[in-house]
Design a binder for this molecule. Structure first.
Ligand SMILES: *Cc1c(COP(=O)(O)O)cnc(C)c1O
Length: 387
């Protein structure tokens, strides 16, 4: 019996502490964390830099209000903009909220252009959150079912299909923006073709649309750069992020560039908690650590090591159809449904996730040692090979 709403089918384990890539449960069992709370604890658990920043800030000041100046918020915004090429940031508490801010920016811009029913292009297979606007934007019927009426103002397109977007551009004068994940996360670590983001950038420029990248999961170093678009030479107009930004503290951000950075005016958008001193101190320590410890390069290197190890150890397993990755977003796709692997991994002391029924997903910490990466490869391969 529990007094919690039944929103989750939870696994039968409760963790009490963590250190680096490992978690410990209430019975003293250790687990290698190949999931980091869904791409949240990118620096691993109890990272000393984050712990120190939090201790210091917790003893000084937790919260004031966005009615006042918050120097740590400005410092974090300055650092994020320098590292991303963007101009201004709105801080909130989650990925869904960051996407809500982006959708509101797009609609506001549409109204400035006298478009009465501005629309945003969104992709099949995408995931943008669980609020009404973001679940409407999400390209999954499972997420939407039971919550109709959905919002108006979204146009759907297949992912990784430039021609489909060109067709929408030619036929939909109400479109004001396009929102897309650089790699589909919940959708199964789907990596688009080379040149996809540049193609979207070109179409957005042709039609004067905002290009909004949802980097809630791909951001904060996960793919081998602070943001996944930094593997290309293009810049988006708006980027949203959250998950890994606070290493476990709830913080989201909506970043914008150029005219989009000037759209919100006092009264347009707000949040009580967003960007308070505590979460900003955590996020500053995360960004500093990512840079100082050269973890972008390291994430790319670890991604190669793990995927090539998995390919080796899964060779000959003919249920494996593909092993793919973008940095430390790693997928092993199977030909059959495999939801049972989550529990069998847990019993072997490994945390992983299965998405889309048949895709084993790993989102390990960027701080893994080579030996830990190799342990992740051998445990994951065992779990998959044992079925
Ligand atoms: C997790 C996720 C979200 C939602 O983030 P929340 O913090 O759970 O609201 C949005 N977009 C993407 C790509 C995500 O992976």
């Amino acid at each position: 019996m529990t007094n919690l709403m039944e929103t989750y089918k939870r696994l039968p384990v409760a963790f009490v502490s963590g250190a680096g890539a490992y978690l410990e449960d209430s019975e003293g069992n250790k687990y290698l964390d190949g999931l980091t709370g869904l791409a949240v604890c990118g620096l691993g658990h109890a990272h000393p830099n984050v712990t120190r920043a939090l201790r210091e800030q917790a003893g000084a000041l937790l919260h004031t209000s966005n009615l006042y100046q918050i120097p740590l918020q400005e410092e974090l915004a300055e650092r994020l903009c320098r590292m991303s090429g963007m101009d201004a940031v709105f801080f909130c508490n989650s990925g869904a909220e960051a996407n809500e801010a982006a959708i509101k920016l797009a609609r506001l811009r549409g109204h400035h252009q006298k478009i009465k029913k501005p629309a945003v292009v969104v992709m099949d297979g995408s995931f943008h959150g669980r609020t009404m606007a973001t679940l409407t934007a999400t390209g999954s019927r499972k997420v939407q079912a039971g919550f109709e009426p959905l919002l108006s103002g979204f146009v759907r397109a297949p992912y990784n299909d430039i021609e489909a977007i060109e067709l929408i551009g030619a036929n939909n004068p109400d479109v004001v923006a396009l929102m897309v994940e650089p790699v589909l996360g919940e959708g199964g670590i789907i990596i688009p073709d080379e040149g996809y983001l540049e193609g979207l950038r070109r179409i957005c420029d042709e039609h004067n649309w905002l290009l909004i990248l949802d980097e809630v999961q791909t951001g904060n170093g996960r793919t081998g750069a602070l943001f996944a678009y930094q593997h290309t030479s293009m810049l988006p107009d708006v980027v949203t992020t959250a998950k890994g930004l606070g290493n476990g503290l709830p913080i989201g951000a909506c970043l914008a560039r150029g005219a989009a950075a000037q759209l919100f005016q006092p009264g347009n958008h707000a949040t009580t908690f967003g960007g308070n001193p505590l979460v900003c101190a955590a996020a500053i320590s995360v960004l500093k650590t990512l840079e100082d410890d050269e973890l972008f390069e390291r994430a790319a290197e670890l991604g190669e090591r793990i995927t090539s190890g998995l390919r080796d150890q899964l060779r000959g397993n003919n249920t494996v159809t593909e092993v793919r990755n973008k940095g430390l977003m790693i997928a092993v796709e199977l030909s059959n449904a495999c939801p049972q692997l989550v529990l069998s991994a847990l019993q072997k002391g490994l945390l992983l996730n299965v998405t889309q029924d048949n895709i084993v997903r790993l989102l390990p910490p960027l701080t893994l040692t080579d030996a830990e990466a190799d342990e992740l490869v051998s445990l994951t391969s065992q779990v998959i090979n044992d079925g």
